[in-house]
Design a protein around this ligand. Structure first.
Ligand code: SF4
Length: 368
């Protein structure tokens, strides 16, 4: 398939790896921000084919993984109520809350449905006027435009029975938090190509300037990733910093201005808790006051939730690039995709799930 196979072509990837080997002299730590990139790297074994000087660490760009525990518990509480149709993306069903997950709610008779688009939830609200339809609006900048569109559409249709449980996060504040931490090891970032397709990369320029690091906008196929790594290594070896775009077929500096306008019309930035990591200032989005009537938290009065995270789970350290999944004592034993203790073992973009499915480490062969 054109534009896909060519980015997975083994000969081109081998060539790119040779160029990386020729370019690297010193050891470098590079973080791929996005969980989709992590899965592509682990699935293709790219990290094991790189020269030993380059260490890839996995970033917090997995929306399911960083959705805070209190948001999961609120979702469970709302979904358990009578006359509620609770709708969400598929990965969220198995994410453990303090005591249950959304699957348990469905097994107990709750009406929990998996959707591919929040606009389907709006349609569902129109067709079920006697029910409250709630959409779990999670994600990074990629899902925000469609989630905001659902609120605008519900307003236009005058729906009184549609609301969103918002837990949106933004990449640039997370990068800032990682780089300003005293424990930070990251020397360059591979920025997430799909986020930059929406937002452009202009927001990253001040970060690259402030911390004097390379940030390379990178795609998701093996050749994309090699190209991003090569660019980052070349800049690191030359002592250069700044933002470079290696996902030119999708990303422009300005991004999708119309999508950005839709987000800004419906949401405003706010402090946000990231699961296992903590609070980053201005790292999330919430509904603007004029859209308050669509806020599920206010409609269902679920603000005071007491949470309890597994004491074994170190996903917060993994998401900051400080640990690898196979360094968790529960990996593959107490924590598996069938019995997850943390969200990073559940999500299709989670680093623990990637190691579990594509690496035979910490578990017996054939147990997946
Ligand atoms: S293996 Fe399980 S318990 Fe350990 S960090 Fe990953 S999700 Fe958490």
């Amino acid at each position: 398939m054109k534009y896909l196979d060519e980015y997975r072509n083994p000969d081109l990837v081998k060539n790119a790896l040779s160029q990386i080997r020729l370019s690297v002299i010193q050891p470098w730590v590079i973080m791929e921000i996005c969980g989709g990139q992590t899965h592509s790297i682990i699935r293709s074994g790219l990290d094991q084919l790189l020269p030993p000087e380059i260490e890839l660490v996995h970033g917090p760009g997995c929306p399911v993984c960083v959705t805070p525990l209190e948001a999961i518990d609120k979702a469970i509480e709302i979904a358990s109520q009578k006359n509620v149709i609770f709708t969400t993306y598929g990965d969220m069903l198995r994410v453990p809350g303090s005591n249950f997950d959304l699957f348990s709610v469905r097994a107990a008779g709750g009406d929990v449905r998996v959707l591919f688009s929040p606009l389907d939830a709006v349609r569902m609200a129109k067709e079920n006027p006697d029910k409250q339809v709630v959409f779990f609006a999670i994600g990074f900048e990629t899902t925000a435009p469609a989630n905001c569109m659902s609120v605008l559409q519900a307003k236009q249709l005058g729906l009184e029975n549609f609301s969103v449980l918002v837990s949106h996060v933004r990449v640039p504040p997370a990068m800032n938090a990682i780089l300003s931490s005293s424990e930070n090891r990251v020397q360059a970032f591979l920025a997430a190509g799909h986020v930059c397709t929406v937002m452009g990369f202009w927001e990253y320029l001040p970060i690259a300037q402030q911390y004097r690091i390379p940030i390379v906008v990178t795609g998701f196929e093996p050749l994309d990733l090699c190209s991003g790594i090569l660019q980052a290594v070349t800049m690191l070896e030359k002592g250069l910093y700044g933002v470079e775009n290696r996902y030119e077929r999708m990303v422009t500096r300005e991004g999708n201005r119309h999508a950005q306008q839709v987000i800004n019309q419906v949401m405003q930035s706010a402090d946000r808790n990231w699961r296992g990591i903590g609070l980053f200032p201005e790292s999330g989005w919430v509904l603007r006051p004029e859209f308050e009537k669509f806020d599920a938290e206010k409609r269902f009065q679920v603000q005071n939730i007491q949470t309890r995270e597994s004491p074994l789970c170190i996903s917060g350290k993994i998401l900051q690039g400080l640990k690898k999944p196979d360094q968790c004592q529960a990996f593959g034993t107490l924590c598996t995709p069938q019995n997850p203790l943390g969200a990073t073992m559940v999500s299709s973009e989670g680093a623990c799930a990637a190691y579990y499915h594509y690496r035979k480490v910490g578990r017996e062969e054939g147990t997946s």
